[in-house]
Design a binder for this molecule. Structure first.
Ligand SMILES: [Zn+2]
Length: 255
């Protein structure tokens, strides 16, 4: 029989049909279907993202500052050095002359919150390339040289936070646009599913004017910390500082 030799009929090699599962009585007339969340898919995506940053990035110190939301959440107090309260004489003087009560406060770095720094952490990050000469115009340093910094997904950046680069450049960061991974019907959580929060827009700070450059460590120390000679991942915990949560609970939910 010539036609049964080669190629074999599909029916001969196909797996046996899967036995139909007996449906629960209540599900048979249910025409609506709610897709389950696929937690594994989000985990995979976050993992491969972090891996890319570790293989192509450079070590960067992220200096997360205290913000008004942290104060309102009760995580930090006002700076006792420069925030005098509404009835203080300094406040009256400052409002009369329309100036800060104390410019470049070295205790809180201009945040008006005690200590200034919520966390200082070292993470790998990928910087997009820019042309430095294009940033300086006749009106001074402008924001034309905005770059993007991509880092790991285990912390949140807010407008006013900083990234310190090994070459001495210090960037102020902007709150990134939020993109969360959704895989099914459910409440999304920033802590678990926000991937683009690791991608922030950043602007180079002016070394002569910005408080970013008075935050320790100094440029030389920073450069030596961020340029380890080892090819294996390095523990930076002795240089890091966490005075508050990296992902504050007020943004843990997906609202
Ligand atoms: Zn202060």
């Amino acid at each position: 029989m010539a036609d049964s030799a080669f190629p074999p009929h599909r029916a001969d090699i196909a797996p046996a049909p899967i036995q139909e599962q007996a449906l629960q009585r209540s599900l048979i007339n249910n025409r609506y279907y709610v897709r389950q969340e696929q937690g594994w898919a989000v985990q995979q995506e976050l993992m491969s993202h972090d891996q890319a940053v570790y293989s192509l990035g450079e070590y960067t110190m992220f200096c997360l500052m205290w913000h008004l939301q942290d104060f309102e959440a009760g995580l930090v107090r006002r700076c006792p050095e420069c925030f005098m309260g509404d009835d203080a004489v300094e406040r009256a003087i400052a409002s009369t002359y329309k100036q800060a009560e104390r410019a470049q406060c070295r205790s809180c770095y201009g945040t008006t919150f005690e200590g200034g720094v919520r966390a200082k952490i070292i993470r790998p990050a990928i910087f997009t390339d820019t042309d430095q000469s294009e940033r300086k115009t006749s009106r001074g340093v402008t924001e034309t040289g905005e770059i993007s910094i991509q880092s790991t997904t285990d912390f949140r950046v807010h407008t006013g936070d900083y990234a310190f680069r090994a070459n001495g450049e210090r960037y102020s960061l902007r709150t990134p646009r939020r993109v969360q991974l959704r895989t099914g019907f459910g409440t999304v959580s920033q802590a678990d599913e926000a991937i683009n929060y690791a991608l922030s827009r950043a602007v180079l700070e002016d070394p002569k004017a910005s408080t970013a450059y008075i935050i320790p460590p100094d440029a030389e120390t920073l450069s030596s910390i961020l340029s380890p000679t080892s090819t294996a991942p390095v523990m930076f915990s002795q240089y890091e500082e966490e005075n508050g949560p990296l992902i504050p609970s007020y943004e843990g939910s997906g609202s």
